[in-house]
Design a protein around this ligand. Sequence first.
Ligand code: IFM
Length: 491
Amino acid sequence: MTSPTQSDRQHGEQTAPGADTDTAPTAALVFPAGFRWGAATAAYQIEGAVDEDGRGPSIWDTFCRTPGKVLNGDTGDVAVDHYHRFRDDVALMSELGLTAYRFSISWPRVQPDGSGPPNQAGLDFYRRLVDALLEAGIEPWPTLYHWDLPQALEDAGGWPERDTAFRFADYAGHVHAALGDRVTRWTTVNEPWCTAFLGYASGEHAPGRREPAAALRAAHHLLLGHGTAVRAMRAQHPGSRIGAAVNLYAVDPAGDGERDRDAARRIDGLQNRLFLDPLLRGSYPADVLADVESLDFASAVRDGDLETIGRSVDQLGINYYSVFTVTGDPEVTGQAASSPFSTHSPWVGSDFVGFVGTGRPVTGMGWEIDAGGLHRVLTRLHREYPPVDLYITENGAGYDESPGADGAVRDTSRVEYLDAHLRAAHAAITEGVPLRGYFVWSLLDNFEWSWGYSKRFGLVHVDYSTQRRVPKDSARWYAGVIRAGGLPDRS
Ligand code: IFM
């Protein structure tokens, strides 16, 4: 793969899915000028070096060492050694022609115990990374929280404790003071739904707690931490552009009946609107508050909190992977029970909610593929919420894949997935949705949380025993899309 010039990126040619970039047609579906073409990663999933330069333990270090929590007992101790190889990884980004790179900052590298003065060695690592990106002409797009809470803060109660929101804002202020002169675009929290509900309700993620009421408090404190951090950051550098990244789903009722439609309303409420409404409207959805009344969520929300959270984003990041189809009928068979909200639970009161498989193709994660769902999510946001610039901050597909005999990874399924989702994104733009950029999850194969290293999402394959990086077919395809500034017409 050769490195495209900026002019190539805007006017060049591009490949058909899976094909070589050199003989590709010109794009017919052209994305707007200035559209960000990126890829994303997160600190614990790629950095390794968990004991170096003063980093403290995070909840994921602890969780990985708890038997039975992570597949094969895998850990992020080494991951893909990005901490030591970041310059090579920036060179790979250049070869792809990325115009932006989304990465996360490890809180326990910056504040080993989650509070107090910053660890300069931790900040220096991110300064070196940011400078390498800027030298390569790639816009750095840091995320301040991608799930690696300092263990000391979890020992003090974690996100269900209100004080954690203020610890987060303090940490964000330190990072922003160090990098705000060279970084404009920031994401505060990544997928607060996952932290709250996988971390504190289903226990599938660190810290592995199963306390529904605590999960809801965690959700509020993540949003409060976001809003408080935004205020602190704006006071330091008014020019910063700051947002949060939420994982959204299209939620469809399995049938037309009232029970299915109400089940879909509940899940849409807990999955999407619980985060979108406070961020974009400054209020929690009344129906969700009523649904979860027994969990005493309202007592976590104090006067002034929603003013702090509301209308705090300059841009909204959307992480989109799949759809949910929901039934309220316990007799329905073929249920894909994959949510903390499945079946009878405090979330749905005495009513039943089940997640139904529709027979659509799935990725290696078992997630149904529906690019139309991305279109529905984008157009719904545009239709129902106040205007805000949107970025797809994650989209991608995980498979259990390995190189062929020739060493190449022919990841046709990933190319098809990305191609379809970019077409859906383009259609939304033509309908007026202010979508300004797209980040593939992920740049590199990496540590996929409780799945360990068994699922690969990367554009670039990593041999975990040698750390050798080999761009997959999807990397070549994406480089072609970026060079062309879009996709060929399929019709
Ligand atoms: O790997 C994760 C990432 O950390 C957050 N969003 C979803 C990805 C795939 O599961």
